[in-house]
Ligand binder design. Structure first.
Ligand code: GTP
Ligand code: MG
Length: 569
């Protein structure tokens, strides 16, 4: 089985879906038109046709009109739908979505019909950041799209000014960081003139990163479903002879005979005894994501539909309150205190709307707080309280376990994604993974306020970072390498950061010095350059009653990754 999967994988090219968002007229369609043009993905004659029409009508040539050429093709029943267009680079295929009506886009994204993994957020260099630029940023955060490039377009209208680029970059960064979006790149372009689209522009020699077509190849695809932690929601339990067969579909991960598994809610532990099969040729010892299977286990508890099987080291969350972003389709408004049936994976339970935090009007994309109801087609950030504990994941970590529908009577009235555990306001950022949590302060910023003659600390980017999450490794007053190890002796935990992302959180006992920079949880560099250093440092730091100032003086350095800016917090 695994062999056939590998074969298929190599035969099909990787596809990445990107959505393009941004304020009206900031150049979304033009950029897409240009990308299609530069990758020679346009239908034959499209360019000539648009040229001819613009000549006939006396209007200037517009790349955006090229998208209409696709629309026409579609009318003749030849290709794709209007809003998603395809092109490819050497590396892979792309589906690019020109964010259509907000309502449709949001609905499709939340329901899973459109699964954009990455986004280009466009800002007009001349007009600067507009209301809609911010709203679209907010929508991306709502949908859990974290892989974002900000494209600063129409650089030709500002004489390719680096100063203007920096100004917009800094403004967008401030805004998006508050939403826990840390853009991976800020790319200055002129979509119309093709500057920094297919090749690096000589008009902007100060920009030393990639043009768009190269940059998008750097977007990392989400992990394949089989490589994610095991999630096996139980659909049914059948009694055959004296055996109980647990049946369901493996949503993510791999399950082997002999594995120790945990069944939640209830925290029951057992081992996999066998994988059921119909014909002997189907006999197998391991099953993986996407397969519908039946298994038997060593200790037969009274298992039932709705429970979720995972491995102990990487379990889902279990709780009766969580924060969600939902799209409401009900005819009656959704109200605080109302109860609905929640369906998540194979679970069903009643839930109450505990709090409505924000409502987004999908027509204007305006947000409102202090509201008690959400109308049809409204999007809202809501806290749900369920009658019985639910097993779930945050949507960003696991789509199948982080997506749900709400049923009012007999009608599916809303759909949503789990955005967070309801746990009150965080004071510090947290690294989370493998069932462990580590409070970190390495993203705090330090400022010197001349008027007060004092140094202040600004606690920024407060967020829970899970494994795979992009980290804000570069701030205003700090810059960390993209690969480093973070060790925290007091809590006995270590974190591996690789490629600017949180790779894993592990017990210090399992940590070995890897030759990479070692930092503390507050971002201090630890002076370690060998495994021996590490052992010495660890021993000293673990000593009870250790003099913390002496420890820091000997082992740590503030200035390696930090500076102190002028300013006032
Ligand atoms: P909506 O779909 O209406 O939200 O707009 P849009 O974001 O798709 O913008 P569109 O691509 O239609 O571009 C709007 C206008 O800006 C068009 O007249 C484009 O020719 C112009 N434009 C786009 N990119 C550039 C650019 O790089 N430089 C200049 N000077 N004009 C541009
Ligand atoms: Mg457009």
């Amino acid at each position: 089985m695994s062999e056939t999967i590998t074969k298929q994988e190599t035969a099909t090219r990787e596809v990445l879906k990107i959505v393009v968002v941004g304020h009206v007229d900031h150049g979304k369609s033009t950029l897409i038109g240009r990308l299609l043009y530069d990758t020679e993905s346009l239908p034959e004659g499209a360019i000539d046709k648009v040229k001819r029409i613009s000549k006939e009508t006396g209007k200037p040539f517009e790349y955006a009109y090229l998208l209409d050429a696709f629309e026409e093709e579609q009318k003749q029943g030849i290709t794709i739908d209007t809003t998603s267009l395809q092109f490819h680079t050497k590396k892979r295929d792309y589906v690019i979505i020109d964010a259509p009506g907000h309502v449709e886009f949001l609905k499709n994204m939340i329901s899973g019909a459109a699964n954009a993994e990455a986004a280009l957020l466009m800002v007009d260099a001349k007009e600067g950041i507009q209301e809609q630029s911010k709203r679209h940023g907010y929508i991306l955060s709502l949908l859990g799209i974290r892989k974002v490039y900000v494209v600063i377009n129409k650089m030709d209208l500002v004489d390719y000014s680096q100063e203007r680029y920096e100004e917009i970059k800094s403004g967008m960064q401030d805004f998006l960081n508050k939403l826990h979006i840390f853009p991976l790149k800020f790319i200055p372009v002129s979509a119309v003139n093709g500057e920094n689209i297919a090749s690096k522009s000589d008009k902007m020699p100060w920009y030393n990163d990639q043009p768009i077509l190269e940059a998008i190849d750097e977007f990392e695809k989400d992990k394949e479903l089989v490589n994610k932690p095991l999630r096996f929601p139980i659909q049914d339990v059948y009694k055959f002879d004296d055996r109980r067969i647990i049946a369901g579909r493996i949503e993510t991960g791999v399950l082997h005979v002999g594995d120790e598994i945990v069944i939640q809610p209830g925290n029951k532990s057992t081992h996999v005894k066998s994988v059921a099969y119909w014909a002997p040729r189907d006999q197998t010892d391991n099953v993986s994501a996407g397969m519908s299977v039946g298994i038997t286990v060593e200790d037969e508890f009274f298992n039932c539909r709705g429970e979720v099987i995972s491995h102990r080291s990487s379990q889902p969350l279990v709780g009766d309150a969580f924060d969600v972003n939902l799209f409401w389709m009900g005819k009656k408004p959704l109200t605080v205190g109302a109860t609905y049936k929640l369906k998540l994976a194979t679970q069903e339970t009643m839930c109450e709307i505990a709090e409505i935090k924000h409502v987004v009007d999908t027509n204007t994309l305006g947000t409102a707080e202090d509201v008690q109801s959400v109308g049809t087609n409204g999007v809202a950030e809501v806290t749900l309280k369920t009658k019985t504990p639910v097993v779930f994941d945050l949507f960003k970590n696991n789509h199948a376990m982080g997506r749900f529908v709400l049923v009012d009577g007999y009608d599916v009235s809303g759909g949503g994604i789990v955005s967070g555990e309801a746990e009150g306001a965080l004071v510090h950022s947290v690294f989370s993974g493998g069932g462990r949590r580590l409070e970190v302060t390495l993203f705090d910023e330090f400022f010197y306020a001349p008027e007060d003659r004092q140094v202040f600390k600004n606690v920024t980017h407060v967020s829970v970072f899970s494994e795979e999450d992009i980290l804000p490794v570069k701030g205003k007053t700090y810059a960390y390498p993209r690969d480093f190890d973070l060790t925290d002796v007091p809590s006995g935990l270590a974190a591996r950061v690789r490629g600017g992302k949180l790779e894993s959180l592990l017990p210090l006992d399992e940590y070995a010095y890897a030759g990479l920079p070692v930092l503390t949880a507050s971002g201090l560099a630890v002076r370690i350059s060998s495994a021996e250093d590490w052992e010495n440092y660890r021993k000293t730091a673990q000593t009870t009653g250790v003099d913390i100032v002496a420890l820091c003086t000997k082992w740590m350095d503030f200035g390696t990754y930090h500076t102190i800016c002028f300013g006032r917090v």
